[in-house]
Design a protein around this ligand. Structure first.
Ligand code: GCW
Length: 677
């Protein structure tokens, strides 16, 4: 029996470890005693974060001796670091303890990806001061748009019991430079600010601190009224202001390094200053004043839109640009990457760079609300980079979204970057093993937005799976193709928001609800008719193009110059319009949907061939998810093409795969997916 066991181990080395994905990209194996005797890790600092850097290296570092040093004078490093190595030893210097910890993870990353760890000359300074995850976790442990099980935060057990996953979470974040987290949903329960919950929040903050992570909370604007029975929550009333001051004081008594508040106000039914005839600036400033003495920040969201005649894509700009310059210096406006809502592809929100006297930050969505939940493999670094690299032209050419938010153009402000987390209590944290890569990619880009998507994928694959080139190369290609595949089979050429109502999983281009908000209906966005398809946002339509700086307004505004991947975002295009390929719009649309489906089939083929390189559990789990994705891709393609065909009345090009569904059948599908699944 025993012999058989050893034989099995020899034959399948992968099965030595439980490979349920819980280790994420952190698969370091401890060095043996012999190695420990050969090299030293020295540190002259008592700080617990610096000590942690030392411990991580002591346990896992296989290279030469390292000296870790803090030098507060090298301010330019912020929480970055310098690493120098000549083969005989490594010197690490940082201005802050967290810098030493990040350097330790940098070294371990080099080691795990089989990069040279002896000859080093590195200086890393993060692009953003605050690199923050937004959890949309509710206090009942459901997660809004969460697809990896219930919330990690076990509120009923806190503060007494601390799940070991809290520390693992903090370590994973620190390993990619994330230094802040908002624990609760922006659709915030006022309860989070009660004394009981603050005790629980404190317990989490105490775990995270060592890893350099600050805690923030989403605040419900009506908290004074709801929690303490004030007659209202009018930000200009002294009693309300005093309430917040007292509350903030209480928070800092528990959590001296509390980061601040994230606020969704007057959006999708949430309360806000406009309930009292006040502006977003009035609301944000009141909170900012309460936080100011402690160094706290307000991240005030610009995700606002009302069911008016006005194009939803224009409303954030219209609401916020007139308030430019009215916000306190500890307020940052948090803006979604696209003007509608985390779609598979959107242009960047024109608000970026349009408020020159107000700090701005971007909000991405790591959780795949609109990209197939945790069922579809979609590597999002290319999406994040597309937004960050987009040129706003706000201060002339080169004013990319990254540069108007990272302090290089608008100086002197605290800078931040955020993303909605995809983390839950699933063993593998994110539902899909490959969705871990999106958490990873956000962290890496928040640290350095110049990194390429390929390089990030490369690092992640090597640390998460194996360094074997026969695995790394095809998987990297698969990841690089994956976001565009989703765009192709869901909504190519600038189509957007044609999802099934509420849960946003499947296709429902026909969707309509009597009496429902038009801007929650697919027809509002695709405008299919006998003439063509798409949303006219030019001067003859909603004129959303006018919110972009020249020359973008005319580039987007002109059908001939508008990038084809955004064509139907900005134009209502005739079915017979000739595209760059020479095909009609209709034929081009068909080709894209088909390409998306074919791409997922290729992913399946690629993955199946890689079985020898992957442990059984992860191999099978990814394989199953790819099957779902392949079926869903066909579902999307058939639903959209058969539905749009009722308007175009043109044949699907005969060389393409034929539909396998009936439209009427597809219209009957009602998925039982609650919003909070
Ligand atoms: O996209 C919408 C989501 C809501 C979310 C909202 C927001 C938290 O469907 O679930 O609410 O965006 O970003 O506030």
């Amino acid at each position: 029996m025993r012999r058989l066991f050893f034989l099995l181990i020899l034959l399948s080395p992968c099965s030595l470890f439980a490979e349920d994905g819980s280790q994420l990209w952190l698969r370091y194996t401890p060095v043996d005693k012999h190695m420990v005797q050969q090299r030293t890790i020295s540190l002259q600092a008592k700080d617990q974060t610096a000590q942690l850097a030392k411990q991580e290296l002591e346990k896992y570092w296989r290279g030469s001796s390292i000296s870790l040093r803090l030098d507060k004078k090298i301010k330019k490093l912020r929480d970055g670091y310098q690493i120098k190595g000549d083969g005989t030893g490594v010197e690490v210097v940082a201005a802050k303890p967290a810098g030493l910890l990040y350097a330790a993870y940098h070294l371990l990353r080099l080691q795990e990806t089989e990069t040279d760890i002896e000859h080093l000359d590195i200086e890393e300074i993060p692009d953003y001061d605050i690199r923050i995850l937004n959890h949309w976790d509710n206090l009942d442990r459901t997660v809004e748009r969460g697809y990896a099980g219930y919330s990690l935060w076990k509120w009923d057990e806190l503060p007494k019991q601390l799940s070991p996953r809290y520390e693992q979470y903090a370590r994973a974040n620190a390993s990619i430079g994330i230094n802040a987290t908002v624990l609760n949903n922006v659709n915030a329960s006022p309860q989070i600010l009660t004394a009981d919950y603050l005790e629980k929040v404190k317990a989490l903050a105490d775990v995270f601190r060592k890893y350099g992570i600050k805690v923030y909370l989403s605040a419900n604007f009506s908290s004074p009224k709801v929690l303490d029975g004030l007659s209202d929550s009018d930000p200009l009333r002294k009693e309300v202001q005093d309430w917040w001051k007292a509350k903030v004081k209480e928070i800092y008594q528990h959590i001296p390094d509390f980061g601040g508040f994230l606020v969704k106000a007057n959006s999708e039914g949430q309360p806000g200053p406009q309930d009292y005839g006040r502006t977003h600036a009035d609301g944000a400033n009141m909170l900012a004043d309460a936080l100011k003495p402690y160094g706290g920040l307000v991240m005030w969201r610009a995700f606002v839109y009302n069911p008016t005649e006005e194009d939803r894509a224009k409303q954030a700009y219209q609401e916020f640009v007139p308030l430019d310059g009215e916000f306190r210096d500890n307020v940052i406006i948090q803006i979604k990457n696209g003007p509608v809502d985390f779609q598979p592809r959107e242009p960047f929100t024109p608000l970026f760079g349009a408020m020159k006297n107000t700090a701005q930050m971007i909000e991405f969505q790591i959780t795949q609300e609109y990209l197939g939940f945790s069922n579809h493999l979609a590597y999002l670094a290319p999406l994040f980079k597309e937004a960050l690299d987009a040129d706003t032209y706000s201060e002339g050419k080169g004013s990319t979204v990254a540069r108007v938010t990272d302090g290089s153009i608008f100086k002197g402000k605290r800078t931040a970057i955020s993303a909605v987390a995809n983390i839950g209590e699933d063993m593998n944290w994110t539902g899909h093993h490959f969705a871990q890569a999106n958490w990873y990619a956000f962290g890496r880009l928040a640290w350095n937005h110049q990194l390429s998507s390929e390089d990030i994928a490369n690092e992640w694959i090597r640390q998460t799976f194996t360094n074997a080139a026969n695995f790394v190369t095809p998987v990297r290609q698969l990841m690089m193709d994956s976001r565009e595949a989703v765009v192709d089979y869901m909504m190519p050429l600038g189509l957007h928001h044609i999802f099934a109502f509420d849960h946003h999983y499947g296709p429902e281009p026909w969707g309509d609800r009597k009496g429902g908000r038009p801007d929650w209906m697919p027809w509002y966005y695709h405008n299919a008719d006998t003439i063509g398809l798409g949303f006219d946002r030019t001067a003859t339509g909603s004129n959303a193009v006018s919110q972009y700086y020249p020359p973008l307004d005319s580039i987007y505004g002109n059908m001939a110059s508008c990038p084809e991947n955004l064509l139907l975002w900005f134009h209502h295009v005739p079915w017979t319009h000739t595209m760059k390929s020479g095909r009609t719009l209709w034929a081009e649309l068909c080709v894209h949907y088909d390409r998306g489906v074919q791409c997922v089939r290729t992913f399946q083929k690629t993955w199946d061939k890689l079985e020898p390189y992957v442990d059984t559990q992860r191999f099978k789990e990814v394989q199953s998810k790819l099957k779902i994705q392949a079926k869903d891709a066909v579902w999307w393609k058939d639903a959209c093409l058969l539905y749009f065909q009722t308007f175009s009345k043109m044949p699907i090009p005969y060389e393409l795969e034929r539909p396998t569904h009936e439209l009427e059948e597809l219209k009957k599908i009602k998925l039982n997916m609650k919003q909070h699944n």
